[in-house]
Design a protein around this ligand. Structure first.
Ligand code: M6R
Length: 596
């Protein structure tokens, strides 16, 4: 949700470095963008639209300055216009500020500043910050102290970067929105996320809430709210810059769908002992929860539903909650564990639910892709899904890796009778998934149904979250109406929507009672002339009632969910591609949603 970049020490390459960083952060927001460079004065360029618009605006200008900041925006206050694009400035144009988050008391601050004679030029909450810095400078503070003084007035969530004319430094502060420093010999970077500077360095320092950073010609320092130095650890990121490129694919999403077998191998590597039939995950200690509450949003919520099912199967009471609704949940009792599932580790709704759980005395864990994320730092335990960077706004490989990691979590903390069978299925999963991706008939199915009015998805048990995820993916990237249902629910109302123009994707795996009942639901759909696409391992007779079949290899019910989901990802991708949608950056969305 908004991307910030800052850079010191790149000399004449500063501007290019900022724009390059922004292009790597576009997944965080892409409705307007801007940069500011500080030298004797401030040179600034900003525009509505994607980074390419900014490049165009910069083409006939040269911004002077040796340090700079940049921003790519996902609007919260005010529409995406040139004027609302960041950076924002003070009355004299001596300060420039970029911000991610929401300043909750901005209206009060703005009224106060306007009353004191300041002139505002945007609708944003951010603009109060440069004006507060201006006041602090005029009161005699040096730039670093002025930023600290301004930040002390803010309530809400923020990651802020600022430059001040005549000072060759970038100043930053964080509260509830991510910021990370990139450390190189002779240059220092600041960003909302590592891909912004990963082409230049792999050494990083994660800022914590309440910390300030100063980047200048001498390097970097991190201080607390009173200005005292904070000793920070320099970490090394373990993924390649290559992983943030498209590697020849038309879209990041397609690349990330195809990366799933590798991502799953990474997730499982070193954590499963097939001979012993056991799972060993660092940082879990001897957890054996008496109950589990999952909290998550969107795709991660579907993974959480699946996770809750895994624990219930092992005889442990477990429930998944939409993080934004967790306030209505019964408090966790006894030794219950509250598990946040979040790719980014920065989703505000999920962080807030985890904090509420901690306040209620629960132990917390996060299942995340992002080392150093807020959730990883705040929770008692972190289980990393190791999917590698995911740039497409639509979650794909991180969902599969979440399902695999949740299997490890369940196996590692409970006793199940079929542990060996599940471990064998997990071992085979990357190879099985590769076959599904290589042989999927998804593109032909997409071609057949690209003009449909709506799409429905049904599944039972482990395949119910897959049906929900299939529908979410379809909505998100095609902008078409799509709904997922528990198979048994269709006849309780939604069946009224089913027509010959609404294909129904039925995920039917295995040959047990669940499959038999879902086949019954498929017959109900077929009798209403709706086209049926069966996603199946062929063990039931669903194919008899299907117009198209998307096949998966025979496997455990749990791993079948990952394979079936891959077909559905591909169908949505191809429908979106045929409709010419902006697949990696769907309208109105952002990868990391850091507001509630
Ligand atoms: O980073 P998180 O996993 O916490 O994000 C949660 C949702 O915003 C996210 O899964 C969203 O639903 C996906 N973009 C859907 O593809």
């Amino acid at each position: 949700m908004c991307g910030i970049i800052g850079c010191v020490g790149r000399g004449a390459e500063t501007l290019d470095t900022l724009v390059h960083g922004l292009s790597k952060l576009e997944y965080r927001g892409y409705d307007s963008a801007g940069v500011a460079m500080a030298g004797d004065g401030i040179a600034l360029c900003k525009t509505a639209g994607e980074i390419d618009e900014l490049r165009g605006a910069l083409a006939d200008r040269s911004l002077a300055g040796s340090v700079g900041i940049g921003h790519t925006r996902w609007s919260t206050h005010g529409p995406p216009t040139d004027g609302n694009a960041h950076p924002h400035q003070d009355c004299h144009g001596d300060v420039a500020v970029v911000h991610n988050g929401i300043i909750e008391n901005y209206q009060r601050l703005r009224d106060e500043l306007v009353g004191a004679g300041h002139t505002f030029t945007s609708d944003t909450d951010t603009e109060v910050v440069p004006h507060l810095i201006e006041d602090a400078l005029e009161a005699g503070h040096d730039p670093e102290a002025a930023v600290r003084e301004a930040v002390s007035r803010l309530e809400g969530s923020y990651a802020i970067a600022a430059v001040v004319a005549g000072t060759e430094a970038v100043f930053a502060a964080r509260n509830d929105s991510p910021l990370v420093l990139g450390i190189d010999d002779g240059a220092t970077y600041l960003a909302s996320d590592v891909p912004a500077f990963r082409d230049f360095t792999d050494r990083v320092v994660y800022l914590a809430d309440g910390e300030f950073a100063r980047l200048d010609g001498d390097g970097w320092t991190v201080t607390d709210h009173s200005g005292d130095r904070v000793e920070k650890t320099v970490d090394t990121v373990d993924w390649d810059p290559e992983e943030t490129g498209k590697s020849g694919y038309d879209h990041f999403m397609l690349k990330e769908i195809h990366e799933q077998p590798r991502a799953l191998r990474q997730c499982l590597r070193g954590r499963v002992d097939e001979m012993a039939g056991s799972v060993d995950i660092d940082d879990l200690g001897d957890l054996s929860p008496t109950g589990v509450q999952f909290v998550a949003c969107g795709t991660s919520y579907h993974a959480a539903m699946y996770g809750a099912h895994l624990f219930r199967d092992a005889g442990i009471p477990a429930q998944a909650f939409l993080a934004s609704e967790y306030a209505t949940a019964t408090p966790p009792i006894g030794d219950a564990l509250v598990v946040g599932v979040t790719q980014s580790g920065e989703t505000a709704d999920t962080l807030s639910a985890l904090r509420a759980a901690r306040k209620r005395g629960a132990r917390t864990m996060v299942v995340t892709n992002t080392v150093g994320s807020t959730a990883a730092r705040e929770c008692d335990h972190a289980l990393y899904i190791r999917a590698g960077p995911e740039i497409g706004v639509a979650a794909s490989k991180t969902f599969s890796s979440q399902l695999a990691a949740l299997n490890l979590l369940a196996l590692g903390t409970t006793s199940t009778t079929d542990t060996r069978e599940i471990i064998a299925a997990l071992r085979d999963l990357p190879g099985d998934l590769q076959r599904v991706l290589d042989e999927s008939a998804a593109e032909a199915v997409a071609e057949t149904y690209v003009d449909s009015d709506a799409y429905f998805f049904i599944g039972r048990g482990y395949q119910y979250p897959v049906a929900l995820e299939g529908a979410l993916k379809m909505k998100e990237i095609t902008y078409k109406h799509a709904e997922g249902f528990a198979s048994g629910e269709l006849k309780h109302g939604p069946l009224a929507l089913v027509t010959e123009k609404t294909p129904v994707f039925a995920v039917v795996t295995g040959d047990g009672e669940q499959a038999r009942k879902t086949v019954g639901n498929v017959k109900e759909v077929e009798a209403r002339d709706a086209p049926v696409v069966a996603v199946t391992d062929g063990r039931s007779d669903v194919e008899r009632y299907a117009d198209h079949v998307l096949e998966i290899p025979e496997t455990h019910q749990r791993t079948a969910a990952v394979l079936a989901n891959a077909h559905l990802q591909m169908v949505s991708y191809h429908v979106a591609n045929k409709l010419g949608r902006n697949i990696d950056k769907p309208r109105n969305l952002a990868k990391s949603v850091t507001v509630e």
